[in-house]
Design a protein around this ligand. Structure first.
Ligand code: HEM
Length: 118
């Protein structure tokens, strides 16, 4: 069974993206990064991205993580903060600890592509 199926498929991923964004937008350090952006489009892409990341159907056709975040000047601290919101989201959805660790590890490897300011 893929991580995608284990986590609850499309419904769970959609819920996770909604809850994750609510947390990010409620964080005054992170919300300015999304000012003027099309949140709806980002959410759609995020959902597709997580689907592929978790070995679900190959639906993501957005930019590479490096290109999508180029010029945003994301720092290590901002990346870590974002991961913490994702971890809290997975807890909220009762994702089991081993599964949660797997998801977080898969995101952690993108740090180098997303962080521009060290
Ligand atoms: C934690 C790992 C992250 C993942 C997996 C991720 C994933 C994505 C994806 C899939 C997109 C859409 C790409 C596209 O439209 O082609 C995107 C866009 C975006 N992300 Fe992230 N992201 C992450 C971290 C962050 C962080 C830390 C920030 C800043 C706080 C951020 C800010 C943005 C913004 C502003 C956009 C829209 C860029 C634009 O449309 O020009 N992301 N991200």
């Amino acid at each position: 069974m893929s991580v995608y199926d284990e986590i609850g498929g499309d419904a769970a991923v959609s819920l996770a993206v909604e809850s994750f964004y609510d947390r990010v937008m409620a964080d005054a350090t992170l919300s300015p990064y999304f000012e003027g952006m099309n949140l709806h489009a980002i959410k759609d892409h995020q959902r597709d991205f997580f689907t592929v990341l978790l070995d679900g159907p190959e639906v993501y056709d957005g930019r590479s993580m490096r290109n999508a975040h180029a010029g945003l000047h994301i720092t290590d601290e901002v990346f870590t903060r974002t991961l913490q919101h994702l971890a809290a989201t997975l807890d909220e959805l009762d994702v089991t600890p081993p599964l949660k660790d797997q998801v977080l590890r898969r995101i952690e490897v993108m740090r180098a592509a997303i962080v521009e300011v060290r």
